[in-house]
Design a binder for this molecule. Sequence first.
Ligand code: FAD
Length: 556
Amino acid sequence: MGDEHLRAPSGSRVASAAQFDVAVIGGGVNGTGVARDLALRNLRVVLFERNDLAFGASGNSSGMIHGGVRYLETNPSVTKTSCRDSGYIQQIAPFLLFRIPFLMPIAEGKKGRVLLELIDAYFRAYDDYQPLKHSELHTRLDSSELLQLEPGLVGRNAGGVTFDEWGVDGVRLCVLNAIDAEEHGTKLYTHTTVESVSKDEDAYVVSGRDLIDGRRVSARARVVVNATGAWSPITASLGGLPASRVRVRPGKGIHVVYDRRLSNYGVLAEAIDGRQIFAMPWQNVTVVGTTDDDYFGDLDDVVSTSEEVRYLVQGVARVFPAIRSARAIGTYAGVRPTLYEYGKLEDSLSREHAIVDHEADGSPNVFSMIGGKLASFRLFAQEMADRIARDLAPSSVCSTHTTPLPGGDSVPDAIALAERHELTPVMAKRIVFRHGSRAAAVLANLGRDPKAREVVCPCEPVLGAEVQHVIRKEHARTVDDVARRTRLGLGACGGMLCAERCGQIVARELGLAPSVGREQAHRFLARQAKMRAPALGPEQAVQEALALAQRRAVGP
Ligand SMILES: Cc1cc2nc3c(=O)[nH]c(=O)nc-3n(C[C@H](O)[C@H](O)[C@H](O)COP(=O)(O)OP(=O)(O)OC[C@H]3O[C@@H](n4cnc5c(N)ncnc54)[C@H](O)[C@@H]3O)c2cc1C
């Protein structure tokens, strides 16, 4: 990166900085994906993540490895690559994907019949891509079939179509990529923000600071990859690179979460401005999403607003009114690192990805990865890794589409696991969903440590054994990190039943003072309440604030 700008911060241990082939900045799906690809090619990789793995867009997406049906019209190549890569992701992590069949009702009215014909034809074109992602072909429905499948639908409909997509836990996808990279030699620094990238004779020096304990770390690397999503222009400027070369158009999207699965199918609806939104059964909750608005705020503190919630609920309620009486338990929000274009509406922006080679900026072997989708992350990572390997490992080939992610070699029988370990079937199923064949390793502590058998989070449910596992094996360092990896505290109780207990376990496992675990728990509860507030009415919000204050005053 432009040498004159690049100085290592005082106090860092540059002289003793470890030597790597590649330094990856950013622990979202693109950063962890490229780290894994490079590590599988035997390159020495270091990855820095400023917050936690999947903290950004990757952990706050709609959680769909979808084929991008709406891009078929404007960007058919995005649809094709998403579908093909979706097939690969199913191959390497079969335990982590779940089917989400969708319904698209078509309102009657003057043009209803014609629209149904057109949409039916559109989905026939989409059907061509379905074998790539092992999905069912679409079905055309008349209005009574529509109601039979989803009795909660209202309005006079000409008919509708079904189509098939796949859900995924985006956080687990990032964590598993990171863990596989680590198991192939990658050094992971989470909660470590990169503060500068400088250049000495033959390498770049990437210097970071651990935001939890203040420790400074440095790494020397021949290649640097900026995979910091919506933060990418800021990260580029840390190394003196022109931010204008890494242009993204940050697009904020929020989701509202309901306490249970409210429908059999994902239901598409139209928002007041004609944009497409949805309500879908996702894992054991319902998720309503999503907005897409230009974002100019703090990327490390993205919160939903009640206006955004109302926009979504209004649109969904027109076709599925039960949403109004359902119990919202939270919201979440993320920022898309969409490729920059001026003058277009947010949701018509391209979802393609791009690699920026900073050689033209005087920084050879520095790259920025921008744009893309969860659904095509593996391909994007492969393109980046192929480019790097051209110089560093010319005979290597990509194997991320054939090598299973951790736990992806087989899917254990959850019922047998439940019987063997005397767990409820739901518990065992959820552990298998998150860990695949490594579920046995997660449960290995059950016989040895009575605390491992404790149900820490009854809503999800999450066992003590899993909390221990994600702290010991998956770099969870806070209550928030445990929640991200296990969904502890993200259910109906909002963490009131489990956050403090989780804080005790985190403190004990990491050798911290109990007060640190307690403080972490309270921070988690406060954040959850802040994210839930926009989805609640004013009276519920007051109740929430009181409950939280009481919890803080009384302590565990
Ligand atoms: C609301 C929403 C819905 C979406 N739905 C879908 C979907 O259903 N399907 C789909 O395929 N795609 C979806 N996407 C798109 C997809 O989530 C993103 O394209 C993808 O996750 C981007 O990944 P990333 O790794 O580039 O960025 P991120 O996941 O944002 O990762 C960037 C990381 O960089 C870290 N970082 C920043 N600065 C520094 C620094 N100085 N040092 C170290 N680390 C740093 C951040 O903490 C962050 O974790 C959605 C996105 C949003 C926001």
